[in-house]
Design a protein around this ligand. Sequence first.
Ligand code: NAD
Length: 435
Amino acid sequence: MAPDQNSDANAAREDEGMLGKARSSLSAACDRLNIHPDVFEELKLPRETLYATLLIRMDDGSRRAFKAWRCRYNDRRGPTKGGVRFHANVSRDEVETLAFWMTFKCAVANLPFGGGKGGVCVDTKALSTVELERLSRAYIEAFAPFIGQDRDIMAPDMYTNGIVIAWMSDEYSSISGQASPSAITGKPLAFGGTVGRVDATARGGYYALRQLESVLEIDPNTATVAIQGFGNVGYHCAKLLHADGYRIVAVTDSSGGIYDAEGLDPLAVMQHKHETGSVTGAAGHGSTREITNAELLELDCDILIPAALERQITMDNWERIKAPIILEMANGPISPEADTKLAEKGFKIIPDILANAGGVTVSHLEWVQNRSGFYWDESRVRDQLKSTMETEAQAIWALHNEMNLSLRDAAYVHGLRRIAQSVEARGTQAYFEDT
Ligand code: NAD
């Protein structure tokens, strides 16, 4: 193959997958903003991605191999930061795309971090507790030289809960031969975690929404809300909004969902989920009926909150979406193609890189506390989170108006400008040409 054909083939391969799509949007944003080409050159590919095969002994004595990755996408603004996901669909493309989004999320929240992410291709439900512990420790054993408080800071993500993070933190301290709490955030309190982390992601989205309440013309006393996913994020969102008068009319989880026009009490629904394993069957204030996830997304309500999985709103269902405001608490719940269509129709989408940035914002506060050895009380953590979310939501709303951009594009522009400054501060082509 001639060299130019080779590079064309490489370029085509690069543009495949989720990261390829994210890169195309970035390229368009760089052109529109007249950002220096050096910035796109830095951001178009991850800085480094490490692959490892994790080999663990199963309870029946057999040996099993699991694919694992850790990506440091870009570290211009500081050490890379991002969760570790345990899920059967994890792939290199997914890990790198999530690390790309983290780069922008950290910049949007103005944190001194770049973006990173990790994952293991595994169905944790098929593992025993001891197998899960072995896998968690094996992940750290494989990636210990890659991470660290000033290099790459890990955190929880899907199916890596507090105990998994505690095992990982414990293993990292054993390998490094010293207590090293600031290399991993999202730790249980007894392991050096911070107060206020459990509901931080939901609370961050709640502060952003409340900040935009008047410009979005939301009346909390009449607004109706549907929430997809009733886990950590979905439940705490429901609780906070319900306490302020919003009417939660529908919630779903992986087993199905419920709708009640008169409203649901999130505490009672969670109590039912604890007892039965699902939200289905819980009673609301009126006549409660069961609904599917597809029905929830298409409900005629004021605010839709996807808080479960990626790619829930796609070209297959975007035309049936009715909620004029969407608060994206999950990462990437709307496909790029559906997002364009919805934005053209005037839907207001508060994008994931702003809406769910509360988690990493409080993770940053955990890292600060671990490094200083001085621990804050909950009101200080909440005040700092509130201030960050309100400031950044306000700035993104202003950009949305000034530049006539969708809220998502405005959020990317906001983050991109900060990343661009850190790249340009090191000198661009023009500087070196002159010297
Ligand atoms: P979680 O595991 O606590 O809850 C996930 C919920 O989604 C569960 O209720 C599950 O039953 C439900 N679910 C799974 N499949 C579903 C389906 N097909 N339809 C409807 N519901 C389904 O997870 P979480 O921490 O609440 O995270 C939710 C989302 O928020 C994820 O996209 C995650 O990446 C994102 N997020 C979480 C954090 C955080 O701090 N927890 C931070 C940033 C982003």
